[in-house]
Design a protein around this ligand. Structure first.
Ligand code: GDP
Length: 314
């Protein structure tokens, strides 16, 4: 039976470097009450990112989950650079919509164009966030015109062109539906995400299927495979199969399942269609493999693209 997960939204943020993504996500975390001031969050993220680079597995995407009014908003990070090639498609496969975050003074930059083009091509719904609206030089109306032109150039659909706009200052932790509105917090942004981004859905009773979009590594649990559940349900201890890109099918036992909470991962016993999960127990699983119900080894199609060059600066 088809299940709409109205308790979940899966989004990605597309932003040019310095347009305020980190500051905005921090403000969202703080307002959702998850962020603890003393936590050395940044350090932890950097550490594991360096580890990723050393191991040459992939460029890690920093995932976050924020709770708002009983809805879990999973935010997956996108590398903002064309050279990351396939990484972008993999990441975008997990989401149902994107926030295009643009500096209210600088306007859209060429580097965000590549990721935006992919997102529009994948039929994802965009929300435009005009950020740093507190800047004295802000020129929001012109910037919106520039974004509109960019959408036309990238051949956005009529529906995508009808994007909602939210004005924000991540630094001040406020968002507005309209210029000149009064606002004390980011509620207009949270509300727009809930109202405009479709909830993920799929068959919760069908045989389990999970496409691996990202790999992380942890000293204690080893390789962590990350992806969105396409259909079905998974529980800790389940015996499943991994369908490899090369056609091999390997039986494995799921040793743990985790979901994102704030910047951490939280163990859960069970997860269902629409959720972005991390699973452990599959030691040499790779990006593009599909984890399936043991009786239904049905791999999902995957565009195989070269791994990114690890020496890149970003
Ligand atoms: P990121 O590279 O997109 O993650 O950007 P950061 O969040 O690191 O922010 C880049 C710079 O912009 C920093 O110097 C921030 O202090 C500044 N910044 C971020 N958000 C705002 C904002 O809402 N208003 C203003 N005026 N500056 C901001």
């Amino acid at each position: 039976m088809n299940k709409v997960r109205s308790d979940i939204r899966n989004i990605a943020i597309i932003a040019h470097v310095d347009h305020g993504k980190t500051t905005l996500v921090d403000a969202m975390l703080k307002q959702s009450g998850i962020f603890r001031v003393n936590e050395k969050v940044q350090e932890r993220v950097l550490d594991s990112n360096e580890l990723e680079r050393e191991k040459g597995i992939t460029i890690m995407s920093k995932n976050t989950a924020i709770s708002y009014n009983g809805v879990r908003i999973n935010i997956v990070d996108t590398p903002g650079h064309a050279d990351f090639g396939g990484e972008v498609e993999r990441i975008l496969k997990m989401v149902d919509g994107v926030l295009l975050l643009v500096d209210a003074y600088e306007g859209p930059m060429p580097q965000t164009r590549f990721v935006l083009r992919k997102a529009l091509g994948m039929n994802l719904k965009p929300i435009v966030v005009i950020n740093k609206i507190d800047r004295k030089e802000a020129r929001p109306n012109e910037v919106i015109d520039e974004i509109f032109d960019l959408f036309i150039e990238l051949e956005a659909s009529d529906e995508q062109l009808d994007f909602p706009v939210v004005y924000a200052s991540g630094r001040e932790g406020v968002a507005y539906y309209n210029l000149g509105d009064d606002s004390k917090d980011l509620r207009p942004l949270f509300e727009t995400i809930l109202n405009y981004i479709p909830a993920p859905q799929g068959d919760a009773d069908a045989p389990f299927q999970l496409l691996i979009s990202s790999i992380d590594y942890d000293d204690y649990v080893g390789r962590i495979a990350i992806g969105k559940i396409e259909r079905g349900t998974i529980s800790e201890g389940d015996r499943v199969v991994v369908c490899r890109k090369d056609g091999r099918i390997e039986p494995v036992k799921i040793s743990s399942i985790q979901v994102f909470r704030g910047l951490k991962r939280l163990n859960v016993e069970k997860a269902e269609v629409g959720e972005i999960v991390c699973i452990t127990g599959c030691e040499d699983i790779t990006i593009g493999d599909t984890v399936c119900d043991a009786e239904h080894p049905e791999p999902l199609p995957f565009v195989d693209i070269e791994e990114p060059t690890i020496s890149m600066q970003f």
